[in-house]
Design a protein around this ligand. Structure first.
Ligand SMILES: C[S@@+](CC[C@H](N)C(=O)[O-])C[C@H]1O[C@@H](n2cnc3c(N)ncnc32)[C@H](O)[C@@H]1O
Length: 291
C-alpha cells in the first residue's frame, strides 16, 4: 500500500523565477553576496528550512517577510547564516603563512617601532569559525615569542554570520579542522578533549576579538581601527566586480601605509585595484600599501 503524503503544511519546494530574483537581489543588497542565475537550487536548498521554521508556504512569502515584517531583523541574521559558505581550517594555505613567519611580521613590528608605536592591529575579515584568526595568533606567538611582551596586539575577527562567530568564540574543533596544522603547534596551543576534539588555549584566544561585521556596510567599516595587516581570504569569490572593488578600496583605506593585504591564493586584484604593490613569494602573492 502506498501512503499518501500530507503536503498541506509543507512549503512549496520550488522557487519561482520571480521569488528567486527578488531574494537574490535582497541578499546582494544586504551582503554583497552575488548568486548567479544558474544557482537557483542553492537558494532553494539553503532557505527551505527557514520557510519551515516560519511556517511559510513559498519563497515569495519568505521574501515578503524579510522585506516587510517587523521581526525581519533576526530573520536576516538567520538568512546570513544559511546563505554563507564557511569552509575553513587551521594553517590554511601554508605558503602564505610562511611569508608572515619568514620576515614580514618582524618587519611590521620594526616599522611600528620606528613610528614610536608599540601596537599591532591585524584584521581577519570573513573569519568564519575562527581557524584563520587563531592561526594568525599562533604564528605571532611562535614567531615573536617573548618579543611580544610590551606590545599591544589585537586581532579583530569579523564575519557576516553570527552562527560561525558563536562557534569561533567557543574555540572547539573536530580534528579535521587541524588537518594541516603542524604537530608541534597542535601540542602547544590546543587541549585535546574527549572524542578527538581540540580546544584552543587561552593564551591564543586572548589575542583575538570576534564581532559581527558586514563587508557591504561601508560606513561601519570606516570606524575599524587602522590595521597593519588585513587577511581576507576566500571571501571575495562570493562577490561581483563592483562589490570586490568597494571592499578592496575599503581595505586600502583601513590599512596603514606600509601595511599588507592577504587575499585567497585563487583570488586576484587583477581589474579590481592598482593601488597596492604586489610582492611575489614562492607560492604566494601579498599586497603592500606603499609608505
Ligand atoms: C569560505 S569562508 C573563508 C574563511 C577564512 N577566511 C578562510 O580563508 O579560511 C568565507 C567567509 O566569508 C564570510 N562572508 C561572506 N560575505 C560576507 C560579508 N558581506 N561580510 C563579512 N563576511 C562575509 C562568510 O560568512 C564566510 O564565513
Amino acid at each position: 500500500m502506498v501512503a499518501l503524503l500530507d503536503t498541506s503544511s509543507s512549503p512549496q519546494m520550488t522557487i519561482s523565477d520571480d521569488a528567486f530574483s527578488k531574494l537574490r537581489d535582497f541578499v546582494y543588497e544586504k551582503s554583497g553576496i552575488y548568486i548567479a542565475e544558474n544557482r537557483k537550487y542553492l537558494l532553494e536548498n539553503r532557505l527551505i528550512n527557514r520557510l519551515k521554521a516560519l511556517g511559510l508556504k513559498n519563497y515569495g512569502e519568505y521574501y515578503e517577510f524579510l522585506r516587510y515584517d517587523s521581526g525581519s531583523y533576526s530573520e536576516i541574521k538567520a538568512l546570513y547564516s544559511v546563505i554563507t559558505t564557511n569552509e575553513t581550517s587551521f594553517y590554511r594555505n601554508p605558503p602564505q603563512l610562511k611569508v608572515l613567519e619568514n620576515g614580514l611580521l618582524t618587519a611590521l613590528l620594526d616599522m611600528q617601532k620606528r613610528r614610536g608605536q608599540r601596537s599591532l592591529h591585524i584584521w581577519s575579515a570573513g573569519c568564519s569559525t575562527g581557524e584563520e584568526p587563531y592561526t594568525l595568533a599562533m604564528i605571532l606567538l611562535e614567531t615573536l615569542g617573548p618579543r611580544l611582551g610590551g606590545w599591544k596586539v589585537i586581532i579583530s575577527a569579523g564575519d557576516l554570520s553570527e552562527t560561525v562567530l558563536e562557534s569561533a568564540r567557543q574555540g572547539e574543533y573536530a580534528s579535521y579542522a587541524l588537518r594541516t596544522t603542524p604537530d608541534h603547534i597542535k601540542e602547544k596551543y590546543f587541549d585535546e578533549l574527549d572524542g578527538g576534539r581540540y580546544r584552543v588555549k587561552d593564551v591564543v584566544k586572548r589575542l583575538v576579538t570576534f564581532a559581527p561585521m558586514n563587508l557591504k556596510d561601508k560606513a561601519r567599516l570606516r570606524s575599524i581601527r587602522q590595521s597593519q595587516l588585513i587577511f581576507c581570504r576566500n571571501v571575495l569569490i562570493y562577490f561581483d566586480q563592483p562589490m570586490k572593488k568597494q571592499v578592496i578600496s575599503t581595505f586600502y583605506d583601513c590599512l596603514c601605509p606600509g601595511g599588507y593585504l592577504f587575499i585567497g591564493h585563487s583570488e586576484s586584484l587583477h581589474n579590481i585595484s592598482r593601488a597596492f604593490t604586489p610582492q611575489y613569494h614562492p607560492g604566494a602573492i601579498v599586497y603592500k600599501k606603499e609608505e
